[in-house]
Ligand binder design. Structure first.
Ligand code: Q9C
Ligand code: ZN
Length: 663
């Protein structure tokens, strides 16, 4: 199962023919630089090339009015003067004799992509198209957009494939009001958009782009807006909104298909967005969506006007769709004050509709009191910007580092009588451990039982860890007689090799003597046990009433706590420990493995007890990068768990800024 790439040079063959400052940034080179970057990096060769086609009239009419389609149909025959005049009735858009043809190809490309994904020809894909689509409306072109490519694709997927729920994630920096209008009364399509808003002072200056437009009638709750009220938003701000707003809602919605309005004007250097998120953030945004809908994800290009950051961002997205390890994101400092306000407002506006947001706090008072009081705000803004040393004028950023795939994806260390799952490489030989290390292991109270067999297992484990660190193997599966003992051994083995280890413990372990305070290890344990007295900055027990068998509570803990902590900690290795009898549901376990692979360049080590062999296959599948099955029929989480999680986050916010959701 591969990644589809749709591109047709024909879509570079229209441009602005007169002077219009509002439209001069929308140039044919947007497409050529994106495609050429994919060719140069070798990424296009790894994709499955799918031809574009024109969308038919009836397909366009899924979203647009007959009158509008007929009007656009006439544009190829218009004189320059007629085109100019025709253009005038719409906002921030231009027409060209060839744009109708290109617009049909752009929509048709999105449909070809949906076909490729829905028929199983590919797992996911991207369509590089012009003109973009998300601003165009039922009867109007707008914001460089002629036909609403993604909206048409959503209706088409529902009609042709009987798709029940479509999630549209619009990470373009503009509000896709055309998409919002199309689906605001439709509960089968969940639209999420973040956008530069500046309290309605930024284009398209619509009241309905604010967080309180949550949808209408039966679609109430299915429209999620996160307005950015300041420029200069960074990686931390984007990830916080994903963790604390989008992902809880998206997982509760449980889509059958994910469509992305993939605009890259939300990246650093873009003249429209003026944001500061780096191109590698799109690797993570993409990754975080890739375990929804069984991996069925279609990205369709929208905006992106800085040709350098556009090309880099497109490459990051495609490389992630292909399954390459993710880049590490260093120095995430937590969301800024304004981003916290935005996400807090969005969370509270939606807490009535989504049980995973039920415990969100009230909206901040500052929002109500300072909104629209412009002059005083600008002063304050300037001061805050200087204070926080946020990204300023001359936008330069380093090219994202190369993302090298290890020669082996997944390794395993298993007892000799256990068969190795398909696709994993078994480590059977290994060099002898240093005598010093052996005696150290033997001396540890918890690993007293390190006999001959134990030493063999642990020396293989050591070899595996060395290979992970040397990037010769991406990740590994280890089956041991006693996970608790093995966990301590791993700590010993890694202490010289790895700077920071994130230990994720699934299930309860009573005598965990694993507490560190030097920051070399961060332990997050999810279980039904409350280890109140053990808490430290680096040991975080999360207590769920029904333990790990409660998938709803678990997922809340993953997005509300584990992922933000992981991003801020930025580990070099993730150790995922499955305690015997944890009760974790298979699909949740696979989701967790998939999500954790966003850290440490995918270097995850899974420790399981030999008597849990039954879950080896699903573990291996997740480690090999296959999408996790959707988490279906989720129960409403226990209110006391939501409360406890909220309290825990509140307490930890001082130490871990990525946990902040309130100001
Ligand atoms: N300073 C998309 O990104 N306003 N459309 C331009 C120029 C219109 C953006 C003002 C921006 C439209 C798909
Ligand atoms: Zn845009």
């Amino acid at each position: 199962m591969g990644t589809a790439l749709l591109y047709d040079e024909e879509m570079t063959k229209y441009k602005l023919l007169w002077v219009d400052p509002a439209c001069k940034i929308e140039v044919p080179e947007r497409l050529t630089v994106s495609y050429e970057a994919l060719v140069r990096s070798g990424l296009s060769d790894r994709c499955i090339s799918v031809p574009a086609r024109e969308a038919s009239d009836s397909e366009i009419l899924l979203v647009h009015s007959e009158a509008y389609l007929e009007a656009v149909k006439k544009t190829p025959y218009m004189t320059l003067e007629d085109l100019k005049e025709f253009t005038l009735q719409f906002g921030d858009v231009y027409f060209h004799p060839n744009i109708y043809h290109c617009a049909k190809l752009a929509s048709g490309s999105a449909l070809q992509l949906v076909d490729s994904v829905m028929t199983g020809k590919v797992r996911n894909g991207i369509a590089l198209v012009r003109p973009p689509g998300h601003h165009s409306m039922h009867g109007a072109a707008n914001g460089f957009c002629v036909f609403n490519n993604v909206a048409i694709a959503a209706r088409y997927a529902k009609q042709k494939y009987g798709v029940k729920r479509v999630l549209i994630v619009d990470w373009d920096i503009h509000h896709g009001q055309g998409v919002q209008y199309c689906f605001e009364d439709d509960p089968s399509v969940l639209y999420f958009s973040w956008h530069r808003y500046e309290h309605q002072n930024f284009w398209p200056n619509l009241r309905e782009s604010d967080y309180d437009s949550v949808g209408k009638e039966s679609g109430t709750g299915f429209n999620v807006n996160v307005p950015w009220n300041k420029v200069g938003m960074e990686n931390s701000d984007y990830l916080s909104v994903f963790c604390h707003v989008l992902l809880p809602v998206a997982y509760e919605f449980c889509p059958d298909l994910v469509l992305v309005c993939a605009g890259f004007d939300s990246a650093i250097g873009d003249p429209e967005g003026e944001m500061c998120a780096t191109p590698d953030i799109f690797a993570h945004l993409t990754h975080l969506l890739m375990n929804l809908a069984g991996g069925k994800l279609c990205a369709v290009l929208e905006g992106g006007y800085n040709l350098t950051s556009l090309a880099q961002s497109v490459c990051q997205t495609v490389q992630t769709l292909l399954g390459d390890p993710l880049p590490q994101l260093a120095n995430l400092r937590g969301p800024c004050k304004s981003a916290i306000e935005s996400l807090q407002c969005a969370r509270s506006a939606h807490r009535r509709y989504w049980s995973f947001l039920k415990h969100a706090a009230d909206p901040p008072m500052t929002d109500i009191s300072t909104k629209h009081i412009k002059s005083t705000m600008e002063e304050e803004e300037k001061r805050e910007m200087a204070e926080e040393e946020r990204c300023t004028e001359g936008k330069v950023w380093p090219e994202p580092p190369e993302r090298l795939c290890p020669p082996v994806c997944s390794g395993s260390v298993l007892p000799d009588d256990v068969a190795c799952p398909d696709g994993l490489k078994r480590l059977s030989s290994s060099k002898d451990l240093e005598p010093l290390l052996v005696s150290k292991l033997k001396n540890r109270s918890r690993t007293a039982a390190v006999d001959g067999d134990g030493v063999t297992t642990f020396s293989r484990l050591y070899t595996l860890i060395e290979k992970l660190v040397a990037n010769e193997i991406r990740n590994g599966l280890v089956l041991v007689p006693d996970v608790t003992a093995a966990m301590c051994v791993v700590q010993d083995l890694t202490s010289d090799l790895v700077k920071r280890v994130l230990v994720v413990c699934v299930g309860k372990e009573k005598e965990l003597d694993y507490v560190t305070t030097d920051g070399k290890v961060l332990v997050v344990q999810i279980s039904s046990e409350d280890n109140e007295e053990q808490r430290s900055k680096y040991y975080i027990p999360v207590c769920l009433k029904k333990g790990c068998s409660d998938t709803s509570g678990f997922i809340q803990a993953v997005f509300g706590l584990l992922l933000p902590l992981g991003y801020e900690y930025n580990p070099d290795l993730v150790l995922l420990v499955r305690m015997p009898g944890s009760g974790v549901v298979d699909s949740m376990w696979q989701q967790l493995i998939g999500l954790l692979q966003g850290f440490a360049k995918g270097h995850t080590l899974v420790l399981m007890q030999v008597n849990e062999k039954a879950s080896m296959g699903s573990t291996a599948s997740a480690l090999l990068g296959h999408p996790a099955p959707p988490l279906q029929e989720l129960q409403t989480p226990f209110p006391e768990d939501g409360d406890a999680l909220e309290r825990l986050r509140e307490r930890l916010q001082a130490d871990w800024k990525m946990l902040q959701t309130t100001s």
